[in-house]
Design a protein around this ligand. Structure first.
Ligand code: MF3
Ligand code: CO
Ligand code: CO
Length: 264
């Protein structure tokens, strides 16, 4: 395991990358409507990213063909924007990773298209609560295992499952760095230190946690049982007394600086 600690100057750069990534999600919100074509949303988001002086990290990453990931209903992650039109009742994850001055910012959220079923709404809410519970376990001296344990507890209580095939990740000059951040109950101990930067991005399924990858495109990940899936993601920096959310949006109630040494 080779975890790079970031300096204050590097975190300042990541704050800027994170701010732009969060801004993309705020920008696209009003366009997430019935009838929207996901390829057009992808193009609009890329125009926005370019105007901010950043670039998409997704395009060309291991051959990924588009600027963003848009994952609808039973798509768990890595949905490729296409000529598909959104419909009322869809639940949609938009996942954005940008590079600004060599640093990555990675974030995603769920959008509900019009109105959806109570169960789908609960799933989206649960996945966001899972992310927030994970964030509250991030402070120097904490163990990375606390994140997965906290998330699993919330998903279990709601009767949902936690995806095991994909995890959060260290982030900085590289898109995916050490450590791996598991979202399910685990014993992969890593003690957190100030200056670590990583994502938490729980994928929560209504039914089984098992997933499959499309044989057609090699990217699209769907639930094995075709039940819906929800995901929210933030990029975080471990601070002296907790963590800073580098990709916070204006609509969120959680503070940018989450203080958490009171636990000890
Ligand atoms: N943004 C995703 C993550 O959270 C990764 C997307 S990789 C891509 O790690 F190639 F599909 F874009
Ligand atoms: Co990520
Ligand atoms: Co992401």
């Amino acid at each position: 395991m080779d975890i790079t600690l970031k300096s204050a100057a590097e975190i300042a750069q990541m704050r800027e990358a994170g701010r732009i990534a969060a801004g993309v999600l705020e920008f696209i919100g009003p366009h997430m409507l019935p009838g929207a074509v996901t390829l057009e949303l992808d193009e609009m988001m890329n125009d926005y990213i370019q105007k901010q002086g950043a670039v998409s990290a997704d395009l060309g990453y291991h051959g990924y063909p588009r600027y963003t990931c848009i994952s609808v209903n039973e798509v768990v992650c890595h949905g490729i924007p296409s000529t598909h039109r959104l419909r009322r009742g869809d639940i949609v994850n938009v996942d954005i990773t940008v590079i600004k001055d060599g640093m990555h910012g990675d974030t995603s959220k769920m959008f509900i298209i019009g109105e959806t079923s109570l169960r789908s709404r609960k799933l989206c809410e649960c996945a966001q609560q899972c992310l927030y519970a994970g964030i509250r376990e991030v402070y120097p001296g904490a163990d990375l295992t606390q994140i997965g344990n906290a998330i699993q507890k919330i998903a279990d209580k709601a009767g949902f499952s936690v995806v095991r095939d994909y995890c959060g990740h260290g982030i900085g000059r590289h898109f995916h760095e050490d450590p791996q951040v598991l979202h399910y109950r685990n014993q992969q101990s890593v003690i957190l230190q100030e200056g670590m930067t990583f994502t938490i991005e729980p994928m929560i399924n209504a039914g089984t946690w098992k997933c499959k990858i499309s044989k057609k495109d090699g990217w699209t990940v769907t639930t094995a049982d075709h039940q819906p899936s929800a995901q929210w993601e933030h990029t975080l920096a471990v601070t002296a007394d907790g963590c800073e959310i580098l990709t916070l949006r204006g609509e969120e109630k959680i503070p940018q600086h989450v203080v958490n040494l009171t636990k000890h």
